[in-house]
Design a protein around this ligand. Structure first.
Ligand SMILES: NC(=O)c1ccc[n+]([C@@H]2O[C@H](COP(=O)([O-])OP(=O)(O)OC[C@H]3O[C@@H](n4cnc5c(N)ncnc54)[C@H](O)[C@@H]3O)[C@@H](O)[C@H]2O)c1
Length: 253
């Protein structure tokens, strides 16, 4: 399939894990992909590994900083033309020795940092891209939320769960306000996906979790990438404000 030929796609948090797999998927389907990440060195390695030549632009960026978000959108426009697809994937889930902070012990700075990156970051980059999408009367925003924003979590902290639930609300308002301008917004709520972030919870936690997954395996970054590409495709033109669970059936509603 080549559903995104010459489309301008931004993927945040794309130096590794799910974001890198999403970037690879859009690239394979013909897009011009802007990969953005806080970790400049890892981002450069990702750019090399994608082997997309001049169809990949790497932009070091902290999504929680308004100036960085604006610069990201502007560099994408200058390099590839107005943004059509934005995947808000950058996220953090702080652990201490593999264990989350409980609310009773949580430092306020840690709470704010997670909300700043996961939720405010998605808001800022969306805001920065909206004018370009409105100018085209076309846009696809895909927010990578989490199962932890949908149901109870024992693994992630309150900041993470709150930020991901917040992304679902942000998605619905983006969908509402953007609809008449040809912009859809949807969220993906991944379950346990095998990435460096998931590895931090430790093998025992992930093994116990695996027992509860009906399809009998953890997810892969490619599972999420396939869902993101679908939500950004023409086939999903009448899907907006939705949350797609990509979790092997561990949480059903
Ligand atoms: N792995 C899972 O099991 C899982 C489950 C549900 C949701 N998610 C979500 O999927 C997304 C990707 O997760 P992952 O497992 O690939 O994580 P990861 O930690 O492997 O990768 C996240 C990337 O985001 C980047 N990043 C962090 N802060 C940033 C910032 N301020 N600005 C720009 N980039 C920043 C990191 O440098 C990293 O490269 C996250 O939003 C995460 O919450 C992951």
């Amino acid at each position: 399939m080549d559903r995104f030929t010459d489309e301008t796609v931004i993927v945040t948090g794309a130096a590794r894990g799910i974001g890198l797999a999403i970037a690879r998927r859009f690239l394979a389907e013909g897009a011009r992909v802007v990969i953005a990440d806080l970790q400049a060195e890892a981002l450069e390695q990702a750019r090399t590994s994608l082997a997309g030549g001049d169809r990949v632009l790497a932009v070091p960026c902290d999504v929680s900083r308004p100036d960085d978000a604006q610069a990201l959108a502007e560099q994408a426009r200058q390099a590839f033309g107005a943004v059509g697809v934005l995947v808000n994937n950058a996220g953090i889930s702080p652990k201490h020795g593999g264990v989350k902070s409980l609310i009773a012990d949580m430092a306020q700075a840690e709470w704010r940092q997670v909300l700043d990156v996961n939720l405010t970051g998605a808001f800022l980059v969306s805001q920065a891209c909206l004018a370009q999408m409105r100018g085209r009367r076309y846009g696809r925003i895909v927010n990578i939320a989490s199962q932890a924003g949908r149901t109870r979590t024992d693994i992630a902290g309150a900041h993470y769960a709150a930020s991901k639930a917040g992304m679902l609300g942000l998605t619905r308002v983006l969908a509402t306000e953007g609809g008449r301008d040809g912009i859809t917004a949807n969220a993906i709520a991944p379950g346990r996906i095998e990435t460096p972030m998931a590895a931090e919870a430790g093998a025992a936690v992930n093994a116990a979790y695996l027992e509860r997954i009906p399809v009998g395996r953890l997810g892969t970054p490619e599972d999420v990438a396939g869902a993101a590409a679908f939500l950004a495709s023409a086939d999903a033109g009448f899907i907006s404000g939705a949350t797609l669970d990509v979790n092997g059936g561990v949480f059903m509603i």
